[in-house]
Design a protein around this ligand. Structure first.
Ligand SMILES: NC(=O)c1ccc[n+]([C@@H]2O[C@H](COP(=O)([O-])OP(=O)(O)OC[C@H]3O[C@@H](n4cnc5c(N)ncnc54)[C@H](OP(=O)(O)O)[C@@H]3O)[C@@H](O)[C@H]2O)c1
Length: 310
């Protein structure tokens, strides 16, 4: 890495590139959409709430002259919605240069997706696993395409609970979040292995934002109706987190920098890796086990019914 103060200004031209960003209406997804639109990309903002997506789109359009953004409905907690989104996208576009699997939920009260999966695993991992599989043919067709999975330092507390994947035998909200974020890294790793010859064309990488000021931290308290908790998280964010724009930089780096490597992991380079400019990072090595990654892949195929056309 040549530049240790890499910013959005270093993103190469994205003219003629088509990009999908999940959860683009808020936080890191929003800043990522804004930065890529500013470099000329056609950005599909894949959002579960069209109204929020449209408000975010208008905000970007008002600050980035000529921004090309479209909001599509995508609810990762509903496999039918994932399929509908993928079909609608492929009916309209003939290329996909970049897929950023960013949307996520953290430490929320126990709930299930439409298909019955524990919500954090269902949205953060399974929804993105299915989405990527359903878009895999168009990614393969597009020259030098890229997939970026947004994980977290919280992967370090993760363990894949194969015997209780939906947390029916005692839900621990933080451990479930850690498991889902470890799953993002195992998915990245296993996909890179399965790419084989396609790896010359498709790069898959992962990123994490360190600790960034977004809606992520307060949502869990809000869902529990714990207003004071949500307020405290917001105050803590103002005191200790870096900005959402800084947090988006490792994602943007993984998505666009020339020296990104297959299955690479990128995050902030500063204090405890929670703040700062992007740099290559290393996941907790003993957790990135190829046997577990392969087992998770097979389970994800079985649960979602989506197979990859390698
Ligand atoms: N902020 C941090 O410090 C931090 C640290 C480590 C990792 N991350 C990761 O960064 C990613 C982005 O989070 P953020 O910090 O930007 O949080 P955020 O501001 O809460 O944004 C999360 C986005 O995900 C969307 N989303 C949630 N459930 C969804 C579903 N079922 N279908 C489609 N979209 C859904 C949200 O939509 P709504 O607006 O409709 O809820 C929102 O657009 C997450 O994967 C998170 O794990 C963040």
């Amino acid at each position: 890495m040549k530049n240790n103060r890499w910013t959005a200004a270093d993103i190469p031209s994205m003219k003629d590139k088509v990009v999908i960003i999940t959860g683009a209406n808020s936080g890191l997804g929003y800043y990522t959409a804004e930065a890529l639109a500013a470099k000329g990309a056609t950005v599909i903002m894949a959002c579960r709430n069209i109204k929020k997506g449209e408000a975010a789109r208008q905000q970007i359009v008002s600050s980035v002259a000529g921004a090309k953004l479209t909001v599509y409905k995508l609810d990762l907690a509903d496999l039918h919605s994932v399929k509908t989104f993928a079909k609608a996208f492929k009916d309209k576009y003939s290329r996909l240069d970049l897929l950023i699997n960013n949307a996520g939920l953290m430490a929320i009260p126990y709930s299930r997706t439409k298909d019955g999966f524990e919500m954090q695993f269902g949205v953060n991992h399974l929804g993105h696993f299915a989405l990527t599989g359903l878009l895999f043919d168009i990614l393969k067709k597009t020259k030098n395409s890229r997939i970026v999975n947004v994980s977290s330092l919280a992967h370090r507390m993760g363990k894949i609970r194969f015997r209780d994947i939906n947390w029916e035998m005692g839900y621990k909200k933080w451990k479930a979040y850690g498991m889902s974020k470890l799953a993002n890294l195992l998915f990245t790793d296993e996909l890179s292995r399965r790419l084989n010859g396609d790896g010359e064309n498709i790069t898959v990488a992962a990123a994490h934002p360190g600790y960034a000021d977004t809606e992520l931290q307060s949502k869990g308290s809000e869902m529990r109706g714990f207003k004071l908790g949500a307020k405290m998280f917001r105050i803590a964010n103002k005191l200790a987190a870096q900005s959402g724009g800084m947090g988006a930089l490792p994602i943007l780096y993984a998505a666009t920098a020339e020296d990104v490597v297959q299955a690479g992991f990128y995050g902030p380079s500063g204090f405890m890796k929670i703040w700062g400019y992007p740099a290559p990072d290393t996941p907790k090595q003993d957790l990135i086990d190829p046997g577990i990654a392969a087992k998770l892949w097979e389970l994800s195929e079985a649960l979602t019914g989506v197979s990859y056309n390698f």
